[in-house]
Design a protein around this ligand. Structure first.
Ligand SMILES: Cc1cc2nc3c(=O)[nH]c(=O)nc-3n(C[C@H](O)[C@H](O)[C@H](O)COP(=O)(O)OP(=O)(O)OC[C@H]3O[C@@H](n4cnc5c(N)ncnc54)[C@H](O)[C@@H]3O)c2cc1C
Ligand SMILES: C[S@@+](CC[C@H](N)C(=O)[O-])C[C@H]1O[C@@H](n2cnc3c(N)ncnc32)[C@H](O)[C@@H]1O
Length: 663
C-alpha cells in the first residue's frame, strides 16, 4: 500500500538568503536571483508572455514547484499582461512540498510577497495527490500535484503549451530527468509546445530529443553560461496524448462556441453549471422543480455535512472523499457565510470500533498530517463539541457543514449560468451536432453541443429515450429532522447519524435510510428514529412536542459500487471488436456527460466532480489522478460486464449494437 504521507522539504538557508536542499546537494535557484532566473530561463525560454497572448486557455507544467518562484513570476507576468489568456492553468509537480514557514521566508519583502501570501492561504495539508487551488476568481488555476514525478506524471491528464523543467541538477537528482519522465512530457505536449530549463546536460538534451522536442542551447545569464530551449516537433510515429485525448489548452474550443446544457439543478447540476461557466461556457440549467427559495423549511436552516474519511487501506473511495472534502473546504473559503451559511472549522466523527491507540496507529501508518485529521480522546472531543461523547473521535479540521439550498442557489447565480426552474425534460435528441432537451409535447426546451445529465437516478429515464441501456443506479429515501430549541453542540458531528448546530440556534440531525420508499411526506416515526440516534451519538434530547419538529425528505441516488458517476458516457453504439478491457479507451458519445450517483456525500463530492466533468468537456487539466478518474468513469460498468461475460476470451464488443445492459 502506498501511504498518502509525503516527506517535507528540508531547506537550509545560507547567510545570503539562498535556499539549499542538503538532501540533493543543490540550491533551489541561481544565486543571481530566483526572479531573474524565472523570467529569463523559464518565461523567456518559453517565449512568454508573447506566446500566450489572446489565448482563451494556456497551460504550463512545471517539474519541481519548490519555493514557487517560477509560479509567482508567471502569475505576476500574467497579471501585468493586457493580452493575458482568459484562463491560465499551471500544473506543478512537487515531491517535497515546502513548509509554510519556508515559503513565507522565501518571499518576505520580495516583489511577489502579496501573491505568495495568497498562495500560502491556500497551501494544502501535506498529502499525496492533486490539489486544485484557484486564484484570481478562478482565472489562474494551480493544479498542485504532490508526489514523486515518476509516480504522478503518468496519473496526470493535461496538455501543456509550455514546460518548466526545474528539478535539481540532473547529476544530483537523475530521477527527475530520466528518459521516461521526459517521454511522458512529450505525451502531454500540445501542438507547438515548448520547454525550457537551465540544464544543458547531454542526458537532458538527448532525453528531450527522443521525446519529440527539438533542442537549442542559448546564451545564459548570471552563473549559467548556457540554458536550454526546446520546441515540441514530434517525428512521424512519435505519439502525443493529443492522439487519444480531447483537445485542451490553446486548441480548446473558442469561448464563443462554448455552450452547455445541464439537466438537474441539485448539488450536481448547480456545481456543474458553475464549473462549466468558469471554463467559459454559457450554461442553461433545467429542473422540473420550482425555484428552491420557495422551500417550506427556511433554506438557511437546512444543513448537510462534508468531510473526508480514514480507511485502513486508503482505498480509492477514501482518496476520492479526501480530495473532495479538501476541495469543498477551499471553495467555501471563497464564499461569505452570510450568503451561504456554512462552517468549515472542523467536524468530529465518532469512531465506533477502534480505540484511541488503534486510531493513532492508523494515522501514523498512513502518515496523515494533523492539519488534515487527528485522533482525539473522548474528553478532548467532548470539549471541542460542547457535548458528551462516550468514544474517541476523528477530528477533520477542514470539514464542517453547509446550507445546501443556499449553496446550490449561489452556484446557479454565477455569470454565464441561466437557470430555468419548472422545466421537466421528457426526452433527449441529438440534432445537427446539438443535444436537445424536449418537453412532454416534444418541444425543444433548450439545446447545446454539450449535455450533462445531473438528475440523479432519473438520468436513466432520459437515457432510455436514446435507447441507451440503464446505468446501475438505485435510490433510497431519507428524512432529516430539526428543532429550534437551544443546544450546547458547537460543531458538526458524525458517527451513527450526524448532527449540526444551526445558525440562530437549534439543531439538525439525520438521517433515515429507506430503499425503495417513494413517500414524500414527513413522518413523525422518522423524526423519532433520528432523535434516538442523536441521543446515542451525543446525549442530546429533542423537544418532546412534535409541533416543534421540522424536517425534510429527499432521495439519495447511488451506483451499485457506491462510487459516483462522473464523466462522458460510452458511445451508444459500440462497433464490433472494440476493446472493452479499459474504461479510458472506450469510445464516447460526443457531448454526452453524467454527474450523478453522489449517494449521501453530495456536499463532499459534487464540487470536485463537477470540476472533473467540466475539465473533461473543456479539455482543461483534470483535477483528479487518472486512477480516480477511472474509478468514477460511467464506462466502468461496461468494462465489468464485458469482463464477466468473456472471462474465457478477450474482452471485445460482440457486434455493432446498442450498448448491452450493464446493470
Ligand atoms: C435526508 C438526506 C440527508 C442528506 N444529508 C447529506 C449530508 O449531510 N451531506 C451530504 O453531502 N449529502 C447528504 N445527502 C445526500 C445529498 O443530498 C445528495 O448527495 C445530493 O443531493 C445529490 O445531488 P444531485 O444533484 O445528484 O441530486 P438531486 O438533489 O436529487 O437533484 C437532481 C435534480 O434533478 C431534477 N430532475 C430529475 N429529473 C428531471 C427531469 N427529467 N427534468 C428536469 N429536472 C429533473 C430534480 O428535480 C432534482 O432537482 C443527504 C440526502 C438525504 C436524502
Ligand atoms: C530547483 S527546485 C525547484 C525550484 C522551483 N521551481 C521554484 O521556482 O522555486 C527542485 C524541486 O524539485 C523537487 N523534486 C526533486 N525530486 C523530485 C521528484 N522525484 N519528484 C517531484 N519533485 C521533485 C524538489 O523537492 C524541489 O522542490
Amino acid at each position: 500500500m502506498k501511504t498518502p504521507a509525503l516527506g517535507a522539504a528540508r531547506i537550509a538557508w545560507d547567510e545570503e538568503g539562498t535556499a539549499h536542499a542538503p538532501a540533493f546537494g543543490d540550491v533551489y535557484h541561481a544565486r543571481s536571483g530566483a526572479q531573474a532566473q524565472a523570467r529569463t530561463v523559464f518565461l523567456e525560454g518559453n517565449g512568454l508572455p508573447a506566446r500566450w497572448a489572446g489565448c482563451p486557455d494556456f497551460t504550463i507544467a512545471e517539474l519541481g514547484l519548490g519555493l514557487a518562484h517560477n509560479l509567482l513570476a508567471t502569475w505576476a507576468a500574467w497579471r501585468a499582461d493586457p493580452a493575458r489568456p482568459t484562463r491560465l492553468h499551471y500544473v506543478a509537480i512537487e515531491a517535497h512540498p515546502a513548509s509554510r514557514e519556508d515559503l513565507a521566508r522565501a518571499h518576505a519583502g520580495q516583489p511577489q510577497q502579496a501573491l505568495a501570501e495568497q498562495l500560502l492561504r491556500a497551501w494544502p495539508p501535506r498529502l499525496r495527490g492533486l490539489h486544485r487551488l484557484d486564484f484570481e476568481g478562478g482565472a489562474l488555476r494551480l493544479l498542485l500535484a504532490l508526489g514523486d514525478v515518476q509516480e504522478l506524471l503518468p496519473q496526470l491528464v493535461f496538455r501543456a503549451d509550455a514546460f518548466y523543467l526545474d528539478g535539481f541538477a540532473p547529476d544530483r537528482n537523475p530521477r527527475m530527468w530520466e528518459p521516461r519522465v521526459l517521454k511522458a512530457l512529450g505525451r502531454r505536449a500540445a501542438p507547438g509546445a515548448t520547454a525550457a530549463t537551465w540544464s544543458v546536460a547531454r542526458s537532458v538534451r538527448e532525453g528531450l530529443t527522443s521525446a519529440g522536442f527539438a533542442c537549442e542551447r542559448v546564451d545564459g545569464a548570471g552563473e549559467k553560461r548556457q540554458t536550454l530551449r526546446a520546441r515540441f516537433a514530434p517525428r512521424h510515429g512519435q505519439r502525443s496524448l493529443a492522439d487519444d485525448a480531447p483537445p485542451a489548452g490553446s486548441t480548446a474550443p473558442a469561448d464563443a462556441s462554448r455552450r452547455a446544457l445541464v439537466v438537474g439543478a441539485g448539488l450536481a447540476g448547480a456545481c456543474c453549471a458553475a464549473a462549466l461557466a468558469a471554463q467559459g461556457f454559457e450554461v442553461t440549467v433545467l429542473d422540473r422543480r420550482p425555484a428552491q427559495t420557495s422551500a417550506a423549511v427556511d433554506a438557511s436552516r437546512l444543513a448537510g455535512i462534508f468531510h473526508a474519511t480514514v480507511h485502513a487501506d486508503d482505498s480509492r473511495h477514501a482518496r476520492l472523499l479526501r480530495a473532495g472534502a479538501l476541495h469543498s473546504a477551499r471553495l467555501l473559503a471563497t464564499l461569505e457565510s452570510a450568503r451561504v451559511p456554512h462552517d468549515r472549522s472542523g467536524l468530529l466523527r465518532v469512531e465506533r470500533e477502534l480505540d484511541l491507540a488503534a486510531m493513532q496507529a492508523r494515522l501514523d501508518r498512513l502518515g496523515l498530517p494533523p492539519d488534515f485529521v487527528q485522533a482525539l480522546p473522548p474528553e478532548v472531543a467532548s470539549a471541542r463539541a460542547g457535548v458528551t461523547l462516550a468514544r474517541p473521535a476523528w477530528f477533520f479540521p477542514g470539514g464542517g457543514w453547509i446550507a445546501p439550498i443556499r449553496f446550490v442557489g449561489e452556484r446557479l447565480a454565477q455569470p454565464r449560468v441561466q437557470y430555468l426552474p419548472g422545466r421537466e425534460v421528457a426526452a433527449l435528441r441529438r440534432e445537427d451536432g446539438a443535444w436537445q432537451a424536449l418537453d412532454a409535447q416534444g418541444r425543444v426546451l433548450a439545446q447545446a453541443p454539450e449535455l450533462v445529465l445531473a438528475n440523479a437516478d432519473e438520468a436513466n429515464a432520459l437515457l432510455a429515450t436514446l435507447q441507451a441501456a440503464p446505468l446501475p443506479l438505485a435510490r433510497e429515501r431519507g428524512q432529516v429532522s430539526s428543532f429550534a430549541a437551544p443546544v450546547p453542540l458547537r460543531c458538526a458531528l458524525a458517527g451513527d447519524g450526524y448532527a449540526v448546530p444551526l445558525p440562530g440556534g437549534g439543531l439538525l440531525c439525520g438521517a433515515t435510510r429507506q430503499p425503495g420508499d417513494d413517500a414524500a411526506e414527513l413522518r413523525d416515526a422518522d423524526h423519532r428514529a433520528n432523535f434516538e440516534r442523536l441521543q446515542r451519538l451525543c446525549g442530546l434530547q429533542a423537544p418532546e412536542d412534535p409541533a416543534q419538529w421540522q424536517g425534510r425528505v429527499g432521495w439519495r441516488a447511488h451506483a451499485i459500487d457506491r462510487l459516483p458517476l462522473a464523466g462522458p458516457l460510452p458511445a451508444l453504439t459500440i462497433a464490433s471488436g472494440t476493446r472493452l478491457d479499459q474504461a479510458r479507451l472506450l469510445p464516447r458519445e460526443a457531448g454526452l456527460h453524467l454527474l450523478c450517483g453522489l449517494g449521501s456525500r453530495g456536499l463532499t463530492m459534487a464540487p470536485l466532480l463537477a470540476e472533473l466533468v467540466a475539465a473533461r468537456i473543456a479539455g482543461a487539466p483534470l483535477p483528479l489522478e487518472q486512477e480516480l478518474v477511472d474509478a468514477v468513469d460511467p464506462a466502468r460498468f461496461l468494462v465489468r460486464a464485458a469482463r464477466a461475460s468473456s472471462a474465457a476470451g478477450a474482452a471485445a464488443a460482440p457486434a455493432t449494437s446498442p450498448r448491452s445492459p450493464v446493470a
